[in-house]
Design a protein around this ligand. Sequence first.
Ligand SMILES: CCCCCCC/C=C/C(=O)SCCNC(=O)CCNC(=O)[C@H](O)C(C)(C)COP(=O)(O)OP(=O)(O)OC[C@H]1O[C@@H](n2cnc3c(N)ncnc32)[C@H](O)[C@@H]1OP(=O)(O)O
Length: 719
Amino acid sequence: MARYELVKRSVALITLTNPPVNALSSAVRHAMAKSMEQALNDPKVTAVVICGENGRFCGGADIREFAGPLRGPPLVPLLDAIEAGEKPVVAAIEGVALGGGFELALVCHYCIAHFKARLGLPEVTLGILPAAGGTQRLPRLIGIPAALELITTGRHISAQEALKLGIVDQVTEQNACEVAVEFALRAVAKPLSSRRVSMLTTPCPPDLDALLEVVTMEVKKKARGVMAPLACIQAVRAAATMPYSKGIKRESELMATLFNSGQARALQYCFFAQRTAGKWTLPSGAQWNNSKPREIRSAAIIGLGTMGRGIVVSLARAGISVIAVESEKKLLETGKQMVIGMLERDAKRRGVSASLNLLKFTLSLQDLKDVDLVIEAVFEDMALKKRVFQELSKVCRPATLLCTNTSGLDVDALAGVTDRPHLVVGMHFFSPAHVMKLLEVVCGPRSSSETIATAMSLGKRMGKVSVAVGNCPGFVGNRMLKPYLDQATFLLEEGATPEQIDKALEDFGFAMGVFRMSDLAGLDVGWRIRKESGLTGPDVDPKNPPRRRHGRRYCPIPDMVCEQGRFGQKTGRGWYMYDKPGGTNAKPDPLIQNLLEMYRSRYAIQPRNISDKEIIERCLFALANEGFRILEDGIAARPEDIDVIYLFGYGFPRHRGGPMFYASMVGLERVLERLEHYHQAHPDVPHLEPSPLLKKLVACGSPSVQTWREHIKTMHSHL
Ligand SMILES: CCCCCCC/C=C/C(=O)SCCNC(=O)CCNC(=O)[C@H](O)C(C)(C)COP(=O)(O)OP(=O)(O)OC[C@H]1O[C@@H](n2cnc3c(N)ncnc32)[C@H](O)[C@@H]1OP(=O)(O)O
């Protein structure tokens, strides 16, 4: 767990050996304590270098250990002892120094960093704070404003930035460990007192309170209801106003309030869920670690609408040659200009040059004959998509992968019109595709494991969080959205307003409530889909009661809003009103209020006061209930996959963990009881009927979300 060697006759080289990231597990802490004691007691040793095996200094405390009782030597006294030692200690940082790893570097008297290394205190993203002295030492070293920014955001910085901030002493392009050993030899006998960061006085700005107030307001605005950044600010205040010995106690008290909180558990769950999602597995036994992806050097995108443009940008940014196809010259030219503009702005922001040389724009599908992969992003119309896939079958070489960016249509039906159904897969990007991190990789029943592996790996290359899902209408994300949206509109009928529902959801943690989000996305898309599926418009049987379809409750209010030409932000009117078309400042609209009142009186609905609790329960429990059905149906393999989709694709608040984790935190028994209650009150809403899997899990004693998989005996997994 830590290797001890004597090098150059007098330097103790301590190497952390806990792959893959040399996390500070109890065994590592134990080994480190022993090695440091040996180094400090050995008269031959004049200096110490600490490094990490395999080019990674240290990824911080072992997050897996947070779930159980703390074992092994605590980190703070261990780090304090390193700093207080009489022999110079040099950190040799390669790869990463994160969290406890960064805090370890802060107690070393000197730091050498490889030029590619990244440093940071990401604890806040795990719902905790840098509680191994990080909140006390960093402000002393770099000042309050810079420390506050790093600690409250968890941002990683480059070695060069760390050098500028005074965190590291030297950046090298050579082997950091070798450079550190030479550095250590030169440091022998130099006084250490000024190198002990905890002994420094924090440089304190005169307007400390005002500064802390501003940062507090920013944090509250950015992460509503999230506890950890606020605790970080309090800990940094302690560094400015207390001696180290008291500040470190304050840090520890604040950590104690966070450590066992639901938010910390949720955020740590998210960390692992994201990594679990990459480990897809199929019933055939094919999985992430035994299926080789194909190398993709060139790709083509069909359709340069909003989605297509975003996908082209994502591919070009990943260094892949892209041919973009449109059906008309004018559309092609508009799309081209927009893509170039997007890439140029993006490159400017990142300080790199735009990869415009990778792009080709064409009106001819014939140009696609040699590409490795095609992503179709045409209008959401099955007949049109089928024509495109038939055409692609004829044009592309037999080995080309054919992918569709449909947001919910049958991927297998598209595969069926091609000459290569095994090479067809869904790649469902989220809008705007060059910004949103989520990619649903939709596995059709005939998609080969190599095809799935290639789509997953391409997603990763584009910087996406890819989740493999099965093929059903709406896949995972959009399928679950329906019961959520339905509940929101039913609540409108019953007496709530869009602003009340949005506020309840935003107080819960969503960046935007459901109606503000719908206005942003555009209301016409859903309206068109409802018309096409016969739920509204001229095709509806007039004998149908206005608020029922197929024997279920149906709310026609969204259709009525669209009938008035209110399509959301783009038309300046939707569930809210905006200053102008394209405006973003949502204001409650009295016309919507009138519409709701008239609607209720027309159907003799007596409006009632609806509590925020009911809004949250009905919207979110209906959402999770559909998630349970998705697990039962084998459309998602694990609850983690569903949660990752909601975190990265639908703005579900990370500190709540995702809909499935949230249900487990509320308590499955309670979720079941509330769904039964609401279903009894609304028997014509099948989405409120508790799913058999939820009932089963409750009957099994509500096991932890990580073990639900063992209880899902899906007969026909779609994965
Ligand atoms: C009261 C007691 C506490 C006292 C101490 C409190 C102060 C200290 C707190 C901390 O240090 S909290 C941890 C802070 N560190 C982090 O948040 C870093 C987390 N890791 C990462 O960001 C990345 O993993 C990485 C280090 C940048 C590497 O990224 P890469 O993409 O190369 O690999 P991954 O797939 O992400 O990870 C590989 C593998 O390693 C697991 N892992 C990573 N970091 C940790 C960790 N800190 N603890 C435990 N496990 C870690 C990760 O889960 C992967 O494993 P699998 O999940 O795939 O099995």
